[in-house]
Design a protein around this ligand. Structure first.
Ligand SMILES: [Zn+2]
Length: 275
């Protein structure tokens, strides 16, 4: 208990020091003050003038590149797996700071499954990640609009698609039974991944979960001119991972080197029919 108290005290001191450093930076720079009060303006200035992010100060960190975003997520997942979650700063001061604007370091696309809460499994706090959740982590127009907003206006440099072990939506897509209603849309989106998985052998549901993540990563640029443009300008990368319900571990199945290239508009209009 006393070590927890010590840690909390250290954390509060660090928060205070950081807040003082930021306010002195802002006082000396009118442009930075403007950035802080306008969430949709360019946050590159804030990113570039912020101290380098570290694993131990996730709530203040604003990783400015895809690699540091991914590192932040994977380090958070390590803490989750090891049961060493960080104390979250949900103080009034922190909430007031967040009310001025958001700078999420990653856009997470994951399943709606109640056992796959991204803030928990990546040990992230308010304001850290911009989350889109649908059954089977499939994309539709609303999901794409949400991704475009965060990528274009909040300047998040990374999209991470996260599937999970024993996904019900993926399991349904491995069967031929009609599901009815709008669930059919979800299943139809996953079917191509199941087809790919059938050629790989092994456990069909597990392989389909992996392939579904990879397929969403691969097809994302073709669904959006905005996403494709940001990739072309080297401002955005897309990775994929799968979450193990039993161990809590997120395994990367599509890494930064495999991040898809920009796609021509022609391909976009072709895939657009799906949404
Ligand atoms: Zn699921």
């Amino acid at each position: 208990m006393s070590s927890l108290k010590n840690n909390l005290t250290k954390y509060r001191i660090l928060t205070l020091v950081f807040a003082l450093a930021i306010s002195s930076l802002m006082m000396g720079c009118n442009k930075a003050t403007g950035t802080a009060s306008a969430p949709t303006t360019d946050n590159k200035t804030a990113t570039n003038t912020s101290p380098t992010s570290t694993a131990s100060s996730h709530s203040e960190a604003i990783p400015g590149d895809p690699k540091s975003s991914l590192d932040t997520l994977l380090q958070g997942n390590d803490r989750y797996v090891n049961g060493s979650l960080q104390a979250r700063d949900l103080s009034k001061t922190k909430l007031e700071e967040l009310a001025k604007g958001q700078h999420p370091h990653t856009i997470i696309v994951t399943c709606s499954d109640s056992r796959v809460s991204p803030e928990l499994l990546f040990d992230q706090s308010q304001g850290d990640i911009f989350v889109i959740r649908t059954a089977g982590n499939v994309l539709d127009k609303a999901a794409m609009g949400s991704i475009e907003y965060a990528a274009e206006h909040l300047h998040s440099p990374l999209i991470m698609v996260v599937g999970h072990e024993k996904c019900g939506a993926v399991t349904a897509a491995t069967k031929d039974d009609p599901v009815g209603g709008s669930i059919q849309y979800v299943v139809n989106e996953i079917k191509p991944a199941v087809t790919r998985a059938k050629g790989l052998g092994g456990d069909l549901v597990a392989k389909s979960v992996d392939e579904n993540v990879k397929l969403v990563v691969e097809t994302l640029p073709g669904r959006s001119q905005i996403v494709s443009h940001l990739i072309k300008e080297n401002k955005l990368k897309i990775v994929g991972g799968t979450y193990s319900l039993s161990s809590g571990k997120v395994n990367v199945v599509s890494n930064l080197e495999q991040s898809p290239s920009a796609v021509e508009t022609k391909t976009e209009s072709k895939t657009e029919k799906k949404g």
